[in-house]
Design a protein around this ligand. Structure first.
Ligand SMILES: C[S@@+](CC[C@H](N)C(=O)[O-])C[C@H]1O[C@@H](n2cnc3c(N)ncnc32)[C@H](O)[C@@H]1O
Length: 236
């Protein structure tokens, strides 16, 4: 079955995502620097600047991976939980030296183990594109945020221009296949990125979804010439 077919159903996408991130976890930090040409840190700093967490704010970083955004929030004085579905990612995050105000948890962002209105800020880096049910993820984020709380999400965009989109996805497919073969002897491992972008509604449609699911003041900040986007939204 092709990668595209495997991620076409929620159950198939969930299975594929879990396998891929368990496979790449130990090389995740290196791959992220490589694939973003070292820009990823800068994009995440921009997200944190937009959040501008006040000391003591309760923050939740979803799909935290090895914890970049969670650590940055904690460095600003927030009390942070980083949550990810992949045990190995959480183990790697826990291996880094964390302040007492930061903890990590294995969990599914589609069924968050927190009471309603528990957080002032929810962040996610490359999280929403990877979930099996985007609307359910947005609803869970809405539930755990306090009214007036902030949601910030950094992710790939799906360029609306057909020519740009085709060229961009073709580039990611070729680079992803080569990298997957060199690192894992599996061409699908990073071809998942363009495959998931194809399936993703794109930044403008995601912004409309936020509005439809109870967020206001939704802003899209383009990064990398609009190939990536930071969303910022306020829970009503
Ligand atoms: C591309 S990584 C992003 C890691 C980190 N946020 C960053 O910005 O570098 C995507 C992460 O999403 C996690 N993930 C995928 N589906 C998830 C879910 N349903 N709940 C929680 N985490 C999930 C994966 O395990 C993986 O660590």
């Amino acid at each position: 079955m092709s990668l595209r077919d495997r991620i076409a159903t929620p159950a198939g996408k969930r299975r594929t995502v879990r396998t891929i991130f368990a496979t790449i976890a130990d090389r995740y930090d290196f791959i992220t620097v490589l694939l973003s040409y070292g820009q990823d840190r800068r994009w995440k700093r921009r997200l944190i600047d937009l959040a501008s967490p006040r000391p003591g704010a309760r923050a939740l970083d979803l799909a935290t991976g090895t914890g970049d955004i969670a650590f940055a929030l904690a460095a600003h004085g927030a009390r942070v939980v980083g949550l990810d579905i992949t045990l190995r990612m959480i183990e790697l995050a826990r291996d880094k030296v964390a302040p007492r105000t930061l903890g990590f948890l294995v969990g599914d962002m589609l069924a968050l183990p927190f009471p309603s209105a528990s957080f002032d800020i929810v962040t996610t880096g490359y999280g929403l594109r990877n979930v099996a049910d985007l609307v359910a993820a947005i609803d869970e984020i809405h539930r755990v945020l306090t009214p007036g709380g902030q949601l910030l999400s950094l992710d790939f965009n799906r360029p609306s221009n057909r020519v740009v989109r085709s060229a961009y996805l073709a580039y990611l497919t070729v680079v992803g296949a080569a990298l997957g073969w060199v690192l894992h002897r599996n061409t699908d491992t990073y071809r998942y990125i363009p495959a998931s972008i194809r399936q993703y509604p794109g930044a403008a449609a995601v912004a409309r979804l936020f509005e439809a699911r109870g967020f206001a003041g939704v802003r899209c900040y383009p990064v990398l010439g609009g190939l990536m986007t930071i969303h910022h939204a306020i829970r009503t």
